[in-house]
Write a protein that binds this ligand. Sequence first.
Ligand SMILES: [Zn+2]
Length: 330
Amino acid sequence: MSNNLCISISDHRGTSHYLINHFKKRYLALFLLLLSAILIGGSYSIYALYQQTLFSSSQLDLLNVEAEQLTESLSEESAANQALTQQLEDKNAALALLAQRVDDVETILGLQNENGEEVTLEQRIDSAAISSAVRGTLFRLIPNGSPTPGIRMSSGFGSRVHPVTGKRKYHRGLDFAANTGTPIYAPADGVVEAVRPSNKGSGNFIKLNHSLGFATTYSHMSKFKIKRGQFVRKGDLLGMSGNTGLSTGPHLHYEIRFLGRALNPRSFVTWTPENFDSLFEKEKTVQWAALLEMISNVVSMQVQLTRAPEQLTSIDTASTQTVSTDKQKL
Ligand SMILES: [Zn+2]
């Protein structure tokens, strides 16, 4: 019996005894040993896994912090990138606008090559050489635009039967169908040569003397707003249109004279910076090439004078050079 192991298990039904002999005991011991090994191994594995989990968790926390930092810096970068993109878009828009304006200026200055064709006049006058300053000066000195803006022309320049006398007579001006009281504006800078009230012929009459041999007259007016000898600038109010003198109805009779000779005002009335060459093409009476050369010289001299004092010593030489260059062009 000493080699046998007795195991007693008691419960409410009584006690059961199990006898385990030597052979079985060895197996049991082996089994218990194996079980212990498994339990110890398992516990260690669980412990190791637990430690690993703890480590992984802390690693995960670190990674999360890093990810947050990265997200933050990414959003900062993204915002900076957006700002840069916006700046770039703004610059592009500004550049496009500038290009458009350069285009417009070129169109106004007539610098664009139209199918490579050149008008005879353009062979004499190098449009590209005429600076915008020269053009600006011309549009102040030479009558341009309508003296009664927005009012239609009712009678043109040339031979016609006079509406009052019934006789064929040369109509030396343009008539504008302006109601009495319509404001009349100076079409260029000038000086008032005559303010003449009258009930006959031209009626109440104004004559402006402009530069370079040009003069303009205004007939049948109702009111004067200027006096003889007064200097006026383009756009200044001269008076109001009316129906005085030999007139069938309220209108403005407008004349442009060059050295006393009446020219067709139509090409001057329709003359704008957009059709700069049109006046020179239509009106052949004036020696435009010489006139433009003179204005170019005056303007270039003014440009020289506005430069720094130390540059003034070179004016004489520069002016002489400008004149000779322009002469070659014209
Ligand atoms: Zn008339």
